[in-house]
Design a protein around this ligand. Structure first.
Ligand SMILES: Cc1cc2nc3c(=O)[nH]c(=O)nc-3n(C[C@H](O)[C@H](O)[C@H](O)COP(=O)(O)O)c2cc1C
Length: 411
């Protein structure tokens, strides 16, 4: 059979159109007139281009951007490639069970919604749709301090237990009030974010001519301070803007103080070293969230999956270790569970679901991850979370890793 030049070109085009490489790299572009049905999307990455079509560019850049050269943003994904799975066969499995208990709440999957601020930028119903979407998937939504709706309204909308993420303010009484209000609204855990002493350098937003960390539309009623209280301080070593937050002044005694009055477990969020993980537990935290904030603060820090083993070992069962940053696939989650995380949080994927299809999109994203994790567990011979352990993963030694995380061509 002869293949004409025309046939060859046609075949090449068909191959390119269906290439998983292209899909994986988010090259799909939709138009407002041509949005796919939610049921046609087969993984969570496919929600991103849909949300891009539906929300303003500044909101999209706020959600998806990292900082500086976005080196850590790329590494958060790439580092999963350095870990391979070692499946076991003939596991005598009768039923898959992904449920677990976290601080007294039974959840259907070890996957939680990470706190993400100002969800109103992605959808008019913002945090209300997010909390309902997470509840429908029977998992926990960790509500940010920076929300478009008050914590009381979010608590009222919740159909499942919630957690609260705390950015402390300069007034200790005001911070305590905020914690107590969150607990009254239903928060079962306080996650104290510890990795944001300064506002970060979000170049995508700066290119959009947005000078703040959050584009317009990001009201934060939970953070409204009484008159006379200090706001973040612009410091000016030169003509460029550098904004110091109150949290820069905090030390470990704040963890002691918070643990002394919070009536629920406290976690530190933003831990990247075993030293700080151990210190968190020594100062009363019930556990840590290993996080680089989705690569949104200090660039060139490692991905969280890389530092997870040493942090799990350092905590040594004295506290609960959770992890976030870059989790997009069931196999990513399985790797973290195998290393010793109790559960994983996802930030951008539920926001893509929210931006693309509202509350239903949030639930769908969580259910897709749940299904992928279930399948990965089944194929790896691990029917329950208890049967997952470190023997399931092989972590490539550093020297055999191919050179990744190159800066983009124009840097
Ligand atoms: C748009 C956006 C807003 C965020 N806002 C907060 C916040 O208010 N407080 C906080 O502790 N973390 C915040 N984070 C970080 C997330 O809690 C989480 O650490 C991160 O998104 C996980 O990475 P992933 O997006 O790659 O899953 C935010 C992340 C995003 C993407």
């Amino acid at each position: 059979m002869t293949v004409t030049r025309r046939d060859a070109l046609r075949n090449l085009f068909i191959w390119l159109a269906g290439s998983p490489l292209l899909r994986g790299q988010q090259e799909i572009q939709y138009t407002p007139e041509r949005i796919p049905l939610m049921d046609d999307l087969v993984n969570v990455l496919e929600f991103e281009p849909v949300s891009k079509t539906k929300i303003p560019k500044t909101a999209y850049d706020f959600v998806n951007g990292g900082v500086d050269s976005e080196w850590t943003l790329r590494r958060n994904r790439e580092a999963f490639n350095w870990i391979t799975l070692r499946p076991r066969v003939l596991a005598n499995e009768k039923q898959l069970d992904l449920s677990c208990e976290l601080f007294g709440t039974k959840i259907e999957m070890p996957i939680l919604v990470a706190p993400t601020g100002t969800q109103g930028l992605s959808h008019p119903e913002g945090e209300l749709a997010m909390v309902r979407g997470a509840g429908a998937a029977k998992t926990i939504d960790c509500v940010s301090s920076n929300t478009n709706y008050t914590i009381d309204k979010i608590g009222d909308a919740a159909t499942f237990p919630i957690w609260f993420q705390l950015y402390p303010g300069p007034d200790p009484a005001g911070t305590r009030e905020r914690v107590e209000r969150a607990i009254a609204a239903g928060a079962k855990v306080i996650a104290l974010t510890v990795d944001t002493p300064y506002n970060s350098h979000r170049e995508r937003l700066l290119r959009d001519r947005v000078a703040q960390e959050v584009p317009p539309g990001g009201a934060t009623p939970n953070l409204v301070e009484r008159p006379g209280r200090r706001r973040a301080v612009p410091t000016t070593p030169n003509r460029y803007r550098l904004t110091r937050r109150f949290t820069a002044e905090l030390g470990w005694s704040f963890v002691d103080e918070l643990c002394s009055y919070a009536k629920v477990p406290v976690l530190t969020k933003g831990i990247l070293t075993p030293e700080d993980a151990k210190r968190s537990i020594e100062h009363g935290a019930a556990g840590v969230i290993v996080s680089n904030h989705g690569a949104r603060y200090l660039d060139t820090v490692p991905s969280t999956i890389e530092v997870l083993p040493e942090i799990v070992d350092a905590v040594g069962g004295k506290g609960t270790v959770l992890v976030d940053s870059g989790f997009r696939r069931g196999t990513d989650i399985l790797k973290a569970l195998a290393i010793g995380a109790k559960a994983v949080l996802v930030g951008r994927p539920p926001l893509w679901g929210l931006g693309a299809y509202g509350q239903a999109g949030v639930t769908r994203v969580l259910e897709l991850l749940q299904t992928e994790l279930a399948l990965a567990m089944g194929l790896a011979g691990c029917p329950t979370l208890a049967s997952i352990n470190r023997s399931l993963v092989h972590i490539e030694p550093q020297k055999s890793r191919h050179a990744g995380c190159r800066p983009r061509a124009f840097f």
